[in-house]
Write a protein that binds this ligand. Structure first.
Ligand code: UDX
Length: 472
């Protein structure tokens, strides 16, 4: 009955479709944004590559198609592109996406309309999937971009893409530069993709190109909050050429506020590796503020030598530790290590990280400073041992330690990471003379982060305004 179908479509909630770059550090903020806007009444479809769909199904029980699951006043559903197989490294992936992405995404958008769910707005991870908004525009659909990193990183890319800055040489950390809204920095604080030594040329080109065209998106949402990066937020509108208006909607974290909400959150999880079941139980058995939690996120690969030094370093702190060692890295653990630390140290392939950070037993976070990990530790109020490796992690570490005052650096010596450095950095963050100040700063930032996303907070109000515009 065409009349009935048309009437049903007219009364249906507006449909927002997200297209997500295939990485855990992108899936988490995109899916959390999906849940935020669904909670305010939209129908939301989360999409990514078929390979991501297969991993989400295996690790998080996500299933594609159908009506999805209720989240607040809306629903979240999943659909995956029929894109074939990406290659093994980042530049192969960029090449694959360039050719396979656009036709598969156009087909996905058309199918939504054919099935009675026409898409009102696309949210794209644009800088990493530069074709997504062009495909949406060709279908007559407006795009919002979600920038999944910080304002500081956004502005460094923006200044670079527009030829407004020249970074000092990488091998001269004493050489500094100064840009509006940012503290004095050295090349080691810059996202490493912008430096001559960067090996991922296609990825860097895609990101930089997007910074010349990002203003074409109708909305640019940012996973940060205005209070956290006030100076950069204030400086950006004064830059020429003028950047697009950036709308802070973060921190995109899971809000663990009440049991009911947690169950709902758990109905839509985005883990690409299944989290170990027993982490929270293990933390329950440890004394308050005693545990060192260590993780380098989903993509950083430590060398076998670094894994061994990290292992001995964590063991030598004498403190309980929970260490995420992904399955691909576990073969590099020193022989007999797990037995030697049994009871005091736990090694897991993947953790429910936000729950770990929120747990009262957790004392500090030895982190690679991915932006999600950064925001999660800010929201939880947990001091850090910052161990950045590449990309935006370098900038995030600078902010966590020097601007937010939430921790210390772990630096590898020229000959590589040493166990004594691990031990000393952990001690400084947990029990050193400045540890109390770091904890106090972390708690202040935690309160600000939670206020930003609480009902009526600065970021929550921006999410509501965005939803209202999509629904108009
Ligand atoms: C990558 C880049 O490294 C990062 O710098 C960029 O900002 C986003 O893309 P990744 O390295 O995986 O991300 O780090 P991060 O941004 O911290 O994201 C990792 C996510 O996985 C976090 O949300 C974290 O909570 C989650 N995680 C990590 C777990 O749930 N369990 C774990 O054991 C480890």
């Amino acid at each position: 009955l065409p009349g009935v179908a048309a009437a049903a479509a007219a009364s249906a909630p507006p449909h927002l479709l997200l297209i997500c770059f295939p990485g855990q550090g992108h899936v988490n903020p995109m899916l959390r944004l999906a849940k935020r806007v669904a909670a305010k009444g939209l129908l939301v479809t989360f999409s990514s590559l078929a390979s991501v769909g297969a991993r989400l199904a295996a690790a998080s029980g996500v299933s594609a198609g159908g009506d999805g699951v209720p989240v607040g006043r809306g629903r979240v559903r999943f659909e995956f592109l029929e894109d074939g197989d990406p290659g093994p490294d980042l530049d192969d992936l960029m090449r694959h996406l360039e050719t396979a992405g656009p036709p598969a995404f156009a087909a996905l958008l058309r199918r939504q309309a054919e099935e009675g769910r026409p898409v009102a707005c696309v949210v794209a991870n644009n800088p990493f999937m530069p074709w997504a908004s062009a495909v949406a525009a060709a279908e007559g659909i407006p795009t919002a971009v979600l920038w999944v990193q910080s304002y500081a990183v956004f502005s460094l890319y923006y200044y670079h893409a527009h030829g407004l800055v020249e970074f000092p040489p990488e091998d001269d950390p004493a050489a500094r530069f100064k840009l509006p809204g940012l503290p004095e920095m050295s090349a080691t604080d810059v996202p490493s993709f912008l430096l001559p030594s960067n090996p991922f040329k296609l990825l860097a080109d895609a990101i930089i190109t997007q910074f010349r065209t990002i203003g074409r998106a109708t909305w640019v949402l940012v996973n940060s909050f205005a209070e956290l990066e006030a100076d950069v937020v204030a400086a950006l509108p004064g830059v020429t050429p003028r950047p697009p208006e950036l709308i802070p909607v973060g921190p995109l974290i899971e809000l663990q506020q009440g049991e009911e909400e947690e169950e709902e959150e758990d109905a839509v999880r985005g883990d690409l590796i299944k989290a170990a079941d027993d982490c929270v139980g293990w933390l329950d058995a440890q004394p308050p503020r005693s545990v060192v939690y260590a993780s380098v996120g989903s993509v950083v690969v430590l060398s076998p030598g670094e894994v061994a030094e990290m292992a001995h370093g964590l063991a030598s702190t004498g403190r309980p530790f929970l260490w995420v060692v992904r399955p691909d890295t576990q073969p590099h653990l020193p022989a007999g290590f797990l037995d030697s630390v049994s009871g005091r140290g736990a090694v897991v392939p993947w953790s429910p990280q936000e729950r770990v950070l929120a747990h009262p037993s957790t004392a500090c976070f030895l982190t690679h400073c991915g932006w999600n990990s950064t925001l999660e530790t800010v929201a939880a109020g947990v001091p850090v041992v910052a161990f950045p490796q590449w990309g935006d992690q370098c900038t995030d570490a600078r902010f966590l330690v020097e601007e937010l005052g939430m921790g210390v650096r772990l630096r590898a010596a020229p000959a590589g990471l040493r166990r004594e450095a691990v031990r000393d950095a952990v001690e400084a963050a947990v029990a050193g003379p400045r540890a109390g100040d770091m904890l106090a700063s972390a708690r202040r930032w935690s309160a600000a982060a939670r206020a930003a996303v609480a009902p009526g907070g600065s970021s929550d109000a921006n999410v509501q305004a965005f939803v209202d515009e999509v629904a108009r």
